[in-house]
Unconditional design. Sequence first.
Length: 210
Amino acid sequence: MADPADRVSLDDSIRLALFVVLERLSPAERVAFVLHDLFAMPFDTVAETLGKAPAACRQLARRARQKIEGEGARFPVDAAVHRELTDRFIAAAANGDLDGLLAVLDPDVTGTADVPGAQVAIGAQAVASNMLRYWGGRTMVSVPLGGDQAVLLGFLGRRLAAVIEVRIGDRGIYDLHATTEPSRVAYLRRFSSTLADRTTGRRDAPRGPQ
């Protein structure tokens, strides 16, 4: 029988993954998708909520569906490989292990951040160095989104401080985008407390300096 605590953690992970995906949609697409696809409201009702024609709302929901389903992998990634790579990435960052990070990054990986003044990092060496500069010794938790995508939640103590979206291909992690934008992090923070609590004793919990 499954441990109820694991079930709670899994449910939180699924909800968090859904919210991360919905964040990629425009506000109108998000409303149309949630009301119609998740709550089964007819497009006439959705149209009243959005102040648009039903046909336009149908188009918004279709575009949202395509974005959610269509941002698939550049290369198919086996789920076990997906988990192994993100676990190794988290462990290497937590322990300040540059070689460990380089081993799981695509040589041509790109790294971006929405921090003011941040520049695009290109190549495994540059991306790995940036990760250790900002997240070496910190706690991160991986939440798979399906396809080639996962999100890494970065914690300072037990407080969610950053969301790092990663994409995985046949040569390793090929793209990372970090956000510390307050409204987005706050939007996700309430779904992450259980995950933060359960990092205690995990092998990917940081053993380096805090």
